[in-house]
Design a protein around this ligand. Structure first.
Ligand SMILES: Cc1cc2nc3c(=O)[nH]c(=O)nc-3n(C[C@H](O)[C@H](O)[C@H](O)COP(=O)(O)OP(=O)(O)OC[C@H]3O[C@@H](n4cnc5c(N)ncnc54)[C@H](O)[C@@H]3O)c2cc1C
Length: 369
């Protein structure tokens, strides 16, 4: 089977896949990757294609699209604050899983409503939004460790999860087969305390207060839709890979040199990720040490003179007209090269204005920035 990656990615760019395999079972997924390894064929695992920028020349080797399904209720963990345990197959659509947990009165991932893509990809960049990250609810993942060829269970603390990163995103060659989550069973359908000011405002509660689970999901979906951050055929601004840049982490000393009105969020110190899979040395995610400050990439871009809707002359790629951080193919005629060119232009403007390097969030395949 062949396909153009433009049909399999939410940015709707990317050349052909030499070979496409749709994996409907974990066994098929494992076998396809191991067979490719044995024969020296390059391989790429793809879920919903919502966090990749694939080059216009396409992908050599085999693209394995994961469509495995299943949400299994494991025995409860009595005495745990998060007693509800779920095992979710990698190809299960993430947002359908969130909807399922909200319907059942289980709290922990409701603020992650509306994030596109697959459940197996969620730990790859430790998805996060509106004050929640999957790291808070993740117990473990079952992976295929590609180098050893073995399937094994990796406890979450060993995945080096950080701000939009993990050991896998940093280069550990592993394929996620399933994800185990621990969720709170909530009283009166009130979810976990709301941890994000904009969401709290929308719900009419204070940060730290609880709000009904279904209300949180509805509010998050509405906030996201206003920013073009929910995939929607009718909204051209959602033809994107979500936020294209992560919020930069800089030292507190450096942050002092920025204009007074630049938003900044001091980070709590966090011990560095200690466990690294045997035989691998994933580059460490940006260390969260005392004195680290997170900046707003959107503010930096806007104040470097790049407005919403901006496009380079003649280019099909543009900054979303609803959200400065999203680069879009709203025109429907952008190439991957044009998306990358716009990203480089933004990086250069922010670097020369503020001395800050913006790092892309999506994974680049067959194209460099
Ligand atoms: C409109 C929009 C809004 C978004 N909002 C957010 C947001 O709020 N927060 C956020 O964190 N992200 C957001 N994203 C990014 C994206 O949705 C998430 O990163 C999502 O988890 C990607 O899932 P996917 O299945 O589409 O991954 P893909 O794009 O298919 O893959 C991404 C990477 O993960 C790898 N991968 C995929 N599946 C597996 C697997 N089973 N095992 C090993 N590796 C795998 C791929 O090889 C690739 O390197 C948004 C994207 C869009 C388009």
């Amino acid at each position: 089977m062949t396909a153009r990656l433009a049909e399999l990615t939410t940015l709707r760019v990317g050349g052909p896949a030499e070979r496409l395999v749709v994996a409907e079972t974990a066994e098929q997924l494992v076998e396809t990757v191991l067979e490719a390894e044995r024969s020296g064929e390059p391989w790429l695992v793809l879920g919903g294609g919502s966090n990749v920028l694939v080059g216009d020349d396409g992908v050599e080797g085999v693209v394995v699209r994961v469509v495995t399904r299943g949400i299994e209720r494991l025995p409860d963990a009595p005495g745990s604050p998060r007693p509800v345990r779920l095992r979710v197959q990698a190809g299960e659509p993430w947002d359908a899983l969130v909807a399922h947990t909200v319907e059942n009165g289980w709290s922990g991932i409701e603020a992650l409503s509306g994030i596109p893509g697959s459940t197996g990809a969620a730990p790859i960049q430790n998805i996060g939004a509106y004050g929640q990250e999957i790291a808070e609810s993740l117990v473990s993942v079952e992976v295929l460790d590609v180098d050893s060829g073995e399937r094994r269970t990796m406890p979450a603390p060993e995945l080096a999860l950080g701000y939009r990163t993990s050991a896998i995103k940093q280069g550990w060659r592993a394929v996620v087969l399933s994800v185990d989550l621990a969720l709170e069973r909530v009283e009166g359908a009130l979810g976990r305390p709301v941890a994000y000011a904009q969401l709290a405002d929308a719900l009419g509660v204070d940060v730290g207060q609880r709000a009904p689970l279904a209300g949180v999901r509805a509010a998050v979906l509405a906030l996201r839709a206003g920013k073009g951050m929910v995939l929607d055929e009718a909204d051209r601004q959602s033809v994107s890979a979500g936020s294209f840049f992560t919020n930069p982490l800089v030292s507190a000393r450096f942050a002092l040199r920025l204009p007074a009105d630049a938003p900044r969020w001091p980070q709590q110190s966090e011990p560095p990720a200690l466990a690294v899979p045997v035989g691998h040395e994933p580059a460490a995610p940006p260390a969260m040490v005392e004195g680290t400050v997170k900046l707003s990439a959107a503010w930096l871009i806007e104040h470097a003179g790049i407005a919403r809707g901006f496009a380079l002359p003649g280019s099909g790629a543009s900054v979303s007209s609803k959200h400065t951080l999203a680069l879009t193919n709203a025109s429907g005629r952008a190439t991957a090269a044009e998306i990358a060119e716009l990203a480089r232009y933004i990086q250069t403007r922010v670097l020369s204005e503020f001395g800050v390097v913006l790092h892309p969030e999506p994974v680049f395949v067959g194209i460099v920035l």
